[in-house]
Design a protein around this ligand. Structure first.
Ligand code: ASN
Length: 336
């Protein structure tokens, strides 16, 4: 339906870099290109169809490959999002982002954005110079979604490959294919098709306006690192992150978050020094249950529930801005 321009929603595109802003040497270069080379104005110009679905403005917030995303970038981005969404003339926000850490930025924003207005993260698996580049259609769909009343109050959304996902549950599942972003078991939220979003699910976990987290006065986050589980694992990596000042550690354990006998004493020692320990799983799907593979009550550890390790890290950083009590933090892992 052709709405007149002044009736269209106002959507601001915040560009941060990534492959969606990348360019390669030839049209068949789909790996080995350079990420984060194209500015937001050119991204917008490349999709004139955007003008049919929203009144679009662009802002270049960063120009980085998303493997370089940091806590400080997140705080800057989240503050900008909150400032913009507080303005009556902004109806929704699209964030263009590299895909490597897109799910992390999305979940961080899901926990700290203080607005019900749509926030949609989008990226691309192929650079803009490639045959069948996915960036333009993904950007179009993301703007359409951010302009839609249907997206209000749903938390931070991720839109790629014609699909809509919830920030908490989506993950990058493939290094290079166009259908990399999936919500394997908990279920994606819907599709974008024929210029319309279709929603089928909503997340039951609290987000945005219903969280307790306030980053407006923060300029740093507590150090939380991840240690990865494997056969023959020893305590070296754990001891190194604790020595480097970690306030919390995500143990990405094997299976349902089991702890190897050779690592357990170092985990206990870290906890005794005040380091918060969260048991997650490297498997990436399923529940890591409290008092399941380990006696969390006795060890004073926290179980990650269904959060993958990289998302558990984000929740633990924010949790540590509110509390150092493991029971309180465990409740946050059930709430968010
Ligand atoms: N597809 C991509 O966007 C990957 C790129 N390395 C990034 O995350 O910035």
């Amino acid at each position: 339906a052709a709405a007149s321009a002044d009736k269209l929603a106002h959507v601001t595109i915040l560009a941060t870099g990534g492959t969606i802003a990348g360019s390669g040497a030839t049209s068949t270069t789909t790996v080995g290109y350079t990420a984060a080379t194209v500015g937001v104005d050119r991204l917008i110009q490349a999709v004139p169809e955007l003008a049919k679905v929203a009144q679009v403005k662009g802002e270049q917030v960063f120009q980085i490959a998303s493997e370089n995303m940091s806590n400080e970038h997140w705080l800057t981005l989240a503050k900008r999002v909150n400032t913009l969404l507080a303005q009556p003339d902004v109806d929704g926000i699209v964030i263009t982002h590299g895909t490597d850490t897109l799910e992390e930025t999305a979940y961080f924003l899901d926990l700290v954005v203080k607005s019900k207005k749509p926030v949609v993260l989008v990226g691309a698996m192929r650079p803009g110079t490639a045959l069948s580049a996915d960036g333009p259609i993904n950007l179009y769909n993301a703007v359409l979604l951010a302009a839609s009343q249907d997206a209000v109050g749903k938390g931070v959304l991720v839109a790629l490959n014609d699909q809509i996902h919830a920030a908490r549950d989506v993950t990058k599942t493939n290094t290079s294919t166009l259908d990399s972003f999936k919500t394997p078991e908990l279920g994606m939220l819907g599709y974008i098709q024929g210029n319309k979003p279709y929603f089928y699910h909503v997340s039951t976990r609290k987000h945005t306006v219903d969280t307790e987290f306030d980053i407006s006065k923060l300029d740093a986050l507590p150090q939380v690192d991840i240690v990865y589980g494997y056969a023959n694992m020893g305590p070296a990596a754990l001891n190194a992150v604790v020595a480097s000042g970690a306030k919390g550690v995500i143990h990405a354990g094997v299976g349902d978050g089991s702890l190897a006998g050779k690592v357990l004493p170092a985990l206990k020692a870290a906890r005794q020094q005040g380091v918060l320990i969260v048991r997650a799983s490297r498997v990436g799907q399923g529940i890591v249950a409290r008092n399941g593979e380990a006696n969390d009550d006795e060890l004073d550890f926290v179980a990650a529930d269904t959060l993958n390790p990289q998302k558990a890290r984000i929740l633990l950083m924010l949790a540590l801005t509110r509390s150092t009590d493991s029971k309180e933090i465990q409740h946050m892992f059930y709430r968010y």
